[in-house]
Design a protein around this ligand. Structure first.
Ligand code: BGC
Ligand code: BGC
Length: 844
């Protein structure tokens, strides 16, 4: 049973601009009178508890199938990096089993007409939480392909993979139109150009939803409504200060395409909108009736349901994770309340009973939810009844992905026509990302952040190195990560694979004062190129990044330079284009062109086609190919590591923040420190034989955001360090080193906190008293003024080790959100230097 008319919408909504108000959009999915009366009947037969249950979406880690039944739950989700039984390597059939169990639970309530649960998942570049699934390029790469039919194929392949695991709903596509590349979600965006996003939205949704007649169709989500890509300074969950014309004609373009294509759900955005010029502050999207109800549902005519984002209701003034009548009254129909769902249900029932939420609003929300479930055919089949159910092959579409990789590559430089490379030549491969599935797939890949993965976590995949070895012959290829231990002259060509390391959401933001200069965040990349350039052999750089970055120093050291974005599991798509085919011809030429403007200076964070004074290094639409040859001269250099003034400098926050990496070392092997990271399931013991410290990843505020360090006795430390020193003097006045700590076992000896600066300089404060005095198993934020470190000898002008914790006796604590924060020294809970003066040192 479904209500789709099929066919193509007659409204080319994305061509309507310039708009002055929210346009009416005609969806290809029409209302079905018979279905509507059935829904009315069902709603009339439901109790308040059953209705609120339908509106509630807990996370699979905090709800059992039995509870789904008991509380009449309408939906569950799994967050990024959440898998059945907490098993990262869960099989397709384990996913399916869990989906069946939730479904059966929902169909065995005491309701007169049972309503199937709908499970939502972030399948944002393929079914990326699932072990063994194909991971497609992130949206930024698809944007560069400028190929709507490719995007439709990816939508269809993703739908099939998701149905194989018994899931029916994806939280994709992201329709953000990103206008400031500091934003950590830039790679989730197709383009800075709203028109491209609108066309892709339509194609992607056609691929995912089809007409709900096939076993590969899933419900799609247009997210995040609205203006997520336009926040000031690209701050995640921040404030969009656009005027209405900009909101309608730039940021909203994706929704016109999505609604016309019949998208059935929309996710509200974490951000706020303050139309400063017009003097209208809409506040947080989750509390805005003007946008959710008046604009989206009424003016635009959206008749599916609106889901809130992860605990996002709590950001509406006056709300908490478990209570927000404001959001429901504003138009949220289903609430993503990962953990506090029990309290949410009882609070919301009370709010209906005392009149804070009109029952008509509840009935409308439930009507919309039932409508989507009926249209999607959920009442007809249980998850394992799809023809793809449990089929491991169905989670793979490697050919489509490989084609997508080929099409997404953008050739920025090809001096002397060094590309395409001939086969059967000797190739030196350098750079940290050549043999790294983790760097190749980026965020939202098995784990939320995309960190803590190793190559074997991706059984059906090829690294770029594997692609090179296949084409050139493994015996002709040498891989050296740093390029320092080999002589390039012994090879015919050098391929450097460099770029960003994974991140997702807020932890990917490049907050001011940091610049967009890649080499100041990843100095090792510049070093690798310096090791191989200028040695008489052509250097080809393949740059993996989630956004355009200032890279003129890297471009100048390279003969050819390819922006490859975050390509996913199919590294051979890169070598398909870099090398000649086996007959010596061009098998695959470059097709991609920039869908984001590429910066000419390190501080050009807002740089968009159409801007007054538009002055990019490479404009939107730029991209060379094998017939379009241009020689690029030396590009201008801008070595700025910072722009503007500082508010906070993250060090470890959800993940390591470049340029910092976390290490552990024990006194016994002080000079043999080990980097933390790599494998999520691993417990790092240092030294391995008789550990003085062990470190593992745990959750404090959110998935995998903390390191639990356990000192076993014997001196050892955990610390964050960078190859490059940072000038922290802008933070000197009232700045602090801040981190969250949950002490599991009180220190039996001393705990020292140090900061190091280039050379032998450094300074240490004593945390022993502060930690022994605090409660166990309670999170607290420690704020230690930078002045205390300066007083102990730290030169704040050249800090290369901003955080180091040392203990010499058993002690165990989780550490999260390590950062330098401006001004926080004035906060009342900041420590004073007197509280942390090292023993035996009377003055500070
Ligand atoms: C993200 C959404 C995502 C949701 C569920 C949120 O934090 O903003 O894009 O769909 O989590 O994982
Ligand atoms: C979840 C993500 C979600 C995020 C929001 C994480 O714990 O796994 O899916 O987007 O929280 O903050």
């Amino acid at each position: 049973m479904n209500g789709c008319a099929g066919g193509v919408s007659n409204l080319r909504a994305e061509q309507l601009s310039p708009l002055a108000d929210w346009p009416k959009i005609h969806s290809v999915v029409h209302r079905d009178g018979e279905m509507e009366s059935r829904i009315q009947q069902m709603v009339a037969g439901m109790s308040l508890q059953q209705k609120i249950g339908q509106m509630t979406q807990p996370e699979i880690k905090s709800i059992t199938p039995a509870e789904v039944s008991k509380y009449y739950i309408g939906s569950v989700l799994n967050g990024g990096g959440s898998w059945p039984n907490g098993d990262k390597h869960a099989s397709v059939s384990a996913w399916l089993d869990l989906a069946d169990r939730y479904y059966e639970a929902s169909m065995s309530t005491d309701m007169p007409i049972k309503v199937p649960v709908i499970w939502g998942v972030d399948a944002v570049h393929g079914h990326n939480n699932v072990f063994g699934a194909t991971i497609f390029p992130h949206n930024i790469g698809l944007g560069a392909a400028h190929d709507a039919s490719l995007v439709k194929d990816i939508g269809a392949a993703t739908g099939k993979a998701v149905r194989a695991t018994g899931i029916n709903w994806v939280f994709a596509p992201t329709l953000a139109v990103v206008r400031n590349d500091r934003w950590g979600r830039t790679y989730e965006s197709f383009s800075e150009d709203g028109k491209l996003v609108g066309g892709y939205a339509r194609a992607y949704i056609e691929g995912l939803q089809g007409s709900f007649r096939s076993d590969a169709n899933v419900v799609a989500t247009a997210k995040h409504f609205i203006g997520d890509g336009g926040t000031s300074q690209g701050k995640d969950q921040g404030i969009n200060q656009s005027g209405k014309a900009e909101m309608l004609n730039i940021h909203a373009q994706g929704y016109y395409g999505a609604l016309a294509a019949g998208v059935q759900t929309v996710m509200a955005s974490f951000n706020s909108w303050n139309d400063v010029a017009a003097g209208v502050d809409y506040g947080k999207m989750h509390g805005s009736k003007a946008l959710l109800t008046d604009a989206l549902k009424e003016k635009m005519g959206f008749d599916g349901f609106i889901v809130s984002d992860w605990n996002a209701i709590a950001q509406v003034p006056g709300c908490t994770n478990s209570s927000c009548p404001q959001a429901i009254n504003a138009g949220i129909d289903m609430v993503m309340v990962p953990d506090d769902w029990r309290a949410f249900i009882s609070n919301t029932m009370a709010q209906v009973n005392n009149g804070e939420i009109p029952i008509s609003r509840i009935d409308d929300a439930v009507t919309r939810i039932l409508r989507v479930k009926l249209r999607a055919g959920l009442f007809d089949k249980k998850p394992s009844q799809s023809i793809y159910a449990g089929n491991t092959a169905a989670v793979q579409s490697r050919d489509v992905a490989r084609r997508a990789v080929r099409e997404s590559l953008v050739l920025l430089k090809n001096n002397g026509g060094v590309l395409p490379l001939a086969r059967d030549k000797k190739v030196l491969v350098v750079g940290k990302s050549a043999n790294s599935m983790s760097n190749q797939t980026g965020g939202w890949s098995l784990t939320w952040q995309g960190t803590e993965n190793i190559n074997s976590d991706f059984p059906a995949s090829d690294t770029i190195l594997a692609g090179i070895e296949e084409v050139a012959g493994a015996e002709h290829v040498v891989y050296s990560e740093t390029g320092r231990d080999v002589d390039p002259r012994q090879f015919d060509a050098v391929i450097a694979v460099l770029g960003e390391t994974p991140y997702a959401e807020t932890s990917g933001d490049i907050p001011p004062p940091n610049s967009l200069r890649h080499a100041s965040r990843y100095p090792e990349d510049l070093a690798a190129l310096q090791a191989v350039a200028g040695k008489g052999r052509p250097v080809v750089t393949v740059f993996l990044s989630g956004r355009p970055l200032f890279a003129n120093d890297l471009l100048n050291l390279s003969d050819a330079f390819v922006a490859a974005w975050l390509p996913g599991t199919e590294g051979k798509g890169v070598t398909d284009v870099l090398f000649r085919d086996d007959k010596g011809g061009v098998g695959h030429d470059f097709k991609g062109t920039l869908s984001f403007s590429w910066p000419k200076t390190a501080c050009q964070d807002t740089l968009n086609v159409g801007d007054a004074g538009y002055d990019p290094q490479f404009p939107m639409g730029y991209g060379l190919n094998y017939s379009r040859v241009t020689e690029l001269g030396a590009l201008g250099m801008d070595a700025r590591a910072t722009c503007g003034s500082a508010t906070a400098l993250p060090i470890f926050s959800q993940s390591e923040r470049p340029p910092y990496k976390l290490y552990v070392s024990a006194a016994a092997n002080r000079w043999d420190a080990q980097a933390i990271g790599a494998d999520l399931n691993a417990v790092l013991n240092v030294p391995a034989s008789r550990p003085a410290i062990r470190v593992q990843t745990i959750d404090v505020n959110m998935q995998q955001d903390a390191k639990l360090a356990s000192w076993q006795g014997g001196e050892a430390r955990m610390y964050a360090r960078s190859e490059l020193a940072t000038d922290m003097r802008p933070f000197a006045a009232d700045g602090v080193l801040q981190f969250e700590i949950v002490v599991a076992q009180a220190p039996q000896g001393m705990v020292a906190l140090s900061m190091g600066c280039t050379g032998t300089c450094g300074g240490t404060v004593d945390l022993t008293r502060v930690l022994k005095g605090g409660a166990l198993k309670t999170k607290r934020a420690l704020k230690i003024p930078l002045a205390c470190f300066a007083a102990q000898g730290v030169d704040l002008g050249k800090v290369d080790m901003p955080f180091s914790v040392l203990a010499d006796q058993p002690f165990s604590a989780a550490f999260a959100n390590v950062q330098i924060r401006a001004g926080a020294g004035k906060e009342s809970d900041a420590l004073s230097c007197a509280e942390v003066v090292p023993s035996g040192n009377g003055n500070n």
